[in-house]
Design a protein around this ligand. Structure first.
Ligand SMILES: [Cu+2]
Length: 111
């Protein structure tokens, strides 16, 4: 047990539990990401206000916000989202409450 290769094997063995922990950490990160995935809601764009970073939507039920269908104004997480849609577009979107403000997180025109 004094040859150099036994040292190699021992350090390889030492690595195994750490890789197990890493796999566990990755798996739980994936679970957290899944739990945070927002359900898609449907809507129709009423007005886009790029200067204010706001969008007016007539929307269907938003399950994660416990919100029935209505028309309302949302903030947007990223103003670039407002370049993807225009008034009159039917859209699929996700929304969440950020610092107390209803905020569109993602939005895509629907075909
Ligand atoms: Cu609403």
């Amino acid at each position: 047990m004094t040859n150099p290769s036994s040292r190699f094997y021992r350090s390889a063995l030492n690595l195994l539990p750490r890789q197990g922990l890493l796999a566990l950490a990755l798996a739980s990160a994936a679970l957290v990401a899944m739990a945070q995935a927002l359900p898609t809601a449907e809507g129709e764009v009423r007005k886009v206000d790029k200067a204010a970073g706001k969008i007016s939507l007539k929307h269907g039920e938003i399950k994660n916000l416990d919100m029935p269908p209505m028309s309302m104004v949302f903030q947007v997480k990223d103003r670039a989202l407002l370049d993807k849609v225009k008034a009159g577009d039917k859209v699929s979107f996700t929304a969440d409450q950020i610092d107390g403000n209803y905020t569109v997180i993602s939005i895509e025109p629907r075909k």
